[in-house]
Design a protein around this ligand. Sequence first.
Ligand SMILES: Cc1cc2nc3c(=O)[nH]c(=O)nc-3n(C[C@H](O)[C@H](O)[C@H](O)COP(=O)(O)OP(=O)(O)OC[C@H]3O[C@@H](n4cnc5c(N)ncnc54)[C@H](O)[C@@H]3O)c2cc1C
Length: 374
Amino acid sequence: MNDELVADVAVIGAGVVGLACARALAQAGQSVFCLEAEPSFGTGISSRNSEVIHAGLYYPEGSLKTTLCIKGRRALYDYCDARRVPYQKCGKLIVAVTPEETERLSTLEKQALRNGVENVDAVTPETARAMEPDVTSYGALLSRETGIIDSHSLMQAYLSDVEAAGGMVVFNSRISAVRRSSDGYEVELEGEAERFRFRRLVIAGGLSAQHIAGTLIAEDGATDSDHAAIPKLHYVAGRYYGYSGRHAVRHLIYPLPVDGGLGVHATLDLAGQLRFGPDARWVDTENYDLDPICPPEFVNAIQRYMPWVSAERLHPAYVGIRPKLAGPGEGFRDFEIHTSDQHGQEGLVCLYGIESPGLTASLAIGDVVTRELS
Ligand SMILES: Cc1cc2nc3c(=O)[nH]c(=O)nc-3n(C[C@H](O)[C@H](O)[C@H](O)COP(=O)(O)OP(=O)(O)OC[C@H]3O[C@@H](n4cnc5c(N)ncnc54)[C@H](O)[C@@H]3O)c2cc1C
C-alpha cells in the first residue's frame, strides 16, 4: 500500500452530482480526486434523463428534494449564464386530462405555494389551449421557472472547474472496495494491487452507491450494512421515445405524477426536438434495452394529452433507471445524504437515492457535501 495520502478527498463517480461535489470541494481549497469507472464522465444516470431544470413544486416542503431543487435551480441558471452552458427557460404546463384531475392540479398548486416556488399559476383550459393549441386539457398549472439544459455541457463545465481549482478527474478507475484506516479511507481499484489513501470520501456512485458503501469495512470490523445505515435500492426504469415530424409544441407538457415518476411527459431538447418519457417500471436488473416499436400503453399515455401522436411517429431513444429508495406504492422518499450521523464514520458522505431532481439540485448538493466535509 502507498503510505502517502493521494489527496484530501476522493469523490467516487463522475456523474453530474459527483462532478458538482468535486467542483465545490476543490473550489473550497481541498485537493480532490474524482474517480470514475468509465472512460468518460456522465455515462450513468446523468446521460439518461429528461434534462429538465425543475422548479421544485412536486415534493413536500422542507424535504431535501424541494429545498435542494429550488436552491440548485436558482444557482444553476446563474451558473449557466456565467459559464455559457446552453439552456432555455421554456416553462412547463402540467395538464389535467380529465375533469377529476383538476382537483389534483389544485393540490399541486398549493404544494408549489407552500414550497415557495416562484412563477406558478393555474391557467384555464382556454389559456392552456391558446398557449399550446395541440394539447388537450381541462386546465393546467404553468411553471415559468422550468427549463431545459444541455446536461453534457453542464458536466463539461463542472469538470473544467474541478481542474481549474487543482482537482483531477480520473477515468477508467473502478473502485472495488473502500476501507476505513486510522486517518481516513483506502480505496481499492479493480485490477490494481495498490490501495490509495484519502482523508475524506464521497460516494456519488448513482446506481452503485449502495454497493460501494457496502464494501466499507470500519476499523472495528463492522460494515456500513452492519449499522443498517444503507437504504435499500430499487430500480425504476423509464423509457424514452423521440418524435419524428413537425410539431408546434413550445412548452414542456406534463401529466399529473404517477407512482414512481412524474408521468410520461413531452420534453423538448435545445434543438426543439420533441421526446416523450419516461414511464415508470420497477425492474430487477440494470437493463437498457428498448423495444423498437413503442408499446401501446406508452402511446396511450401520450395520447391522453396529445391525441394526434401516433406510434408510427415514435422512435426509440433511450432508457434511464432511477435509483429509488421507495418500493412500489410506498409513496414519497427523500434523497438521503448520509454523514457520520447515520453511519458513524467521520469524513464520509454517501449519496443515496439521487433520482430526479438531482440534475437540477447538483450545485446545491455539492454545497451541502462541502459544508459537511469542511
Ligand atoms: C429517467 C430519469 C429522468 C430524470 N430526469 C431528470 C430531470 O429532468 N431533471 C433533473 O433534475 N433530474 C432528473 N433525473 C435525475 C438525475 O438524472 C440524477 O439525479 C443525476 O443524474 C444523478 O447523478 P449522479 O452523479 O448521482 O449519478 P450518475 O450519473 O449515475 O453517476 C454515477 C457515476 O458513478 C460511476 N460509478 C459507479 N460505480 C463506480 C465504481 N465502483 N467506481 C467508480 N465509479 C463508479 C458511474 O460510472 C457513474 O458515472 C432523472 C433521472 C432519471 C433516471
